[in-house]
Design a protein around this ligand. Structure first.
Ligand code: NAP
Length: 484
């Protein structure tokens, strides 16, 4: 029997909006997006910390199906990106499919009815034939387990849950964490702070780039007037993202060139030979998610900004004690400590075929077939799920390819050719074996501790080239699936 599937998408960020657009494009209109936040954008909705800027150029960090000619900056601010997401959702009529403030707490597959029953925080249930988790990677803040943190008498704020009521001007600010976020927050808060103490557990390589550069008005006007030129620019940048994949996935002179540039940035910007060794990472550049900043090294050169590399011993009511016995008096503590990146759709409780829980299926860490299908989870797909190319290839491109791949299955559902589709254990294992083998020569595997690594030390990234991503998501191999 042919019929249109009832589709539920969780999340209205890059992945969810892309999925929705591809559904619309293919005439699948019976879908709703459940979004726990009050607006679209995902990470760009939740992250509002001072200095938030995307370190990927805006002309590539945008949806291929919704090009924006007039970005204010080459590297857009978080606020401009959030506004862009809102405009895209509104102009493509996706917003009317979204239920905001609706957190999914569980989803259960029925073997008898062949459908998902999805329960939201307020107790409501939604039934779907197809359940799409577009929940992102960087959405559950990681709160560090530091002794005494709760005893601090001033505000403690995680960057992904920024509180505008926290006063930072004129304050003695402690910032924990040196990833892309920590570096941006230090640069943004230093000018008006009384003091900034940056607690650096592991120094990062920081690539210099003019992050505040404006996109010239004539470029905006040209791209607006010549959409074909805009398309060519986007294609060119997409091709460039393929080069980045190559740099990270296999050793070459191109990788060495970028790494040499990172070392040069440190040498040229941290002239003081007494300080440079403390900021020198003990691992290869690009091993962690590369930090890019045009302002960080200048910020920490200021007399009221200090970098503390001694370990944090404990937090006290008035500040932070470090392992060298020094007490750092503070008014505010900012946690730029990142995310629980491997949770994916959890803490949702997901129960698949035969009552199998996702936690059970993922006992040894998150795994999916080609980033999107999970054994024992019929008619469930992830967009930007495990092994997504967060460290190399354009996420918008990857999300769109995945969405089109899923839609391939939905067409067959609509035509009555299938009721359920579930990837086999064997195909998933085989894919994950290939992934493990391919991570060998990647730079992420060269001896650093990063959020790319799962608890068991596996690299949760896309270790292949962009062409492999395109190929794998452009074909459906029926032998890899149980189809009813
Ligand atoms: P992150 O890269 O995971 O960095 C977390 C930082 O917190 C690390 O320096 C880590 O130190 C430190 N840390 C964690 N627990 C600690 C503890 N108990 N004591 C001391 N230090 C501790 O997180 P993030 O900076 O939020 O960035 C996450 C990702 O978000 C980025 O890699 C990037 O993909 C994305 N992002 C992008 C942009 C952008 O411009 N596009 C901006 C912000 C974030 P160790 O290194 O020693 O573990």
């Amino acid at each position: 029997m042919s019929r249109d599937p009832r589709i539920v998408i969780v999340g209205a960020g890059v992945a969810g909006l892309t999925m929705a657009h591809v559904l619309d494009d293919n005439g699948f209109t019976d879908y709703q997006i459940l979004e726990k936040g009050s607006d679209v954008g995902g990470v760009w909705h939740w992250n509002r910390y001072p200095g938030l800027t995307c370190d990927v150029p805006s002309q590539i960090y945008q949806f291929g199906f919704a090009p924006k000619a007039d970005w204010g900056r080459i590297w857009a601010t978080g606020a401009e990106i959030a506004e862009y997401f809102r405009d895209v959702a509104d102009s493509l009529h996706i917003t009317e499919h979204i239920r905001f403030g609706t957190e999914v707490v569980s989803a259960e597959w029925s073997d008898t009815d062949n459908e998902w029953s999805i329960t939201t925080r307020d107790g409501a249930a939604v039934v779907a034939d197809i359940f799409i988790c577009a929940t992102g990677v960087l959405h559950n803040p990681a709160i560090p387990d530091i002794a005494g943190l709760e005893s601090f008498t001033g505000p403690v704020v995680h960057t992904a849950r920024w509180d505008d009521a926290v006063v930072t001007d004129g304050a003695r600010i402690g910032i924990i964490g040196t990833g892309s976020t920590g570096v941006q927050v230090v640069s943004a808060l230093a000018p008006a702070a009384r003091s900034v103490t940056h607690f650096v557990r592991s120094p990062q390589w920081v690539l210099w780039a003019p992050m505040r550069m404006r996109q010239p008005a004539f470029v905006s006007s040209l791209l607006r007037r010549a959409p074909w030129l805009h398309d060519r620019l986007y294609d060119g940048l997409l091709w460039g993202s393929g080069i980045l994949a190559d740099i990270t996935t296999r050793p070459s002179w191109r990788r060495r060139l970028v790494q040499d540039y990172a070392r040069l940035c440190l040498r040229l910007q941290v002239r003081d030979p007494a300080i440079r060794p403390t900021l020198q990472p003990d691992y290869e550049p690009l091993c962690k998610r590369q930090v890019v900043s045009g302002t960080y090294y200048a910020a920490i050169r200021q007399p009221h900004v200090s970098v503390v590399t001694d370990g944090i011993d404990r937090v006290t009511p008035s500040g932070i004690d470090t392992a060298d016995g020094i007490h750092h008096d503070l008014d505010v503590i900012i946690l730029a400590t990142g995310f629980r990146a491997h949770d994916y759709m959890r803490p949702m409780t997901i129960t698949g075929r035969g009552g199998r829980a996702l936690d059970e299926v993922w006992d040894d860490g998150p795994r999916a077939y080609r980033m999107t299908a999970i054994p024992d989870m019929p008619n469930l797909f992830t967009v930007l799920g495990p092994n997504s190319p967060t460290g190399s290839i354009s996420l918008q491109y990857s999300a769109e390819l995945t969405a089109k791949y899923i839609v391939g299955w939905l067409h067959r559902f609509r035509r009555g050719e299938l009721t359920t589709v579930e990837v086999t254990e064997e195909a998933t294992d085989e894919f994950n074996r290939e992934v493990t083998e391919a991570t060998g020569p990647t730079v992420w595997n060269t001896g650093c501790n990063s959020w790319y690594l799962t608890e068991s030390g596996a690299v949760d990234l896309w270790p292949f080239q962009k062409s492999t991503l395109t190929r794998m998501l452009s074909e459906t191999v029926d032998d890899h699936f149980h189809i009813t």
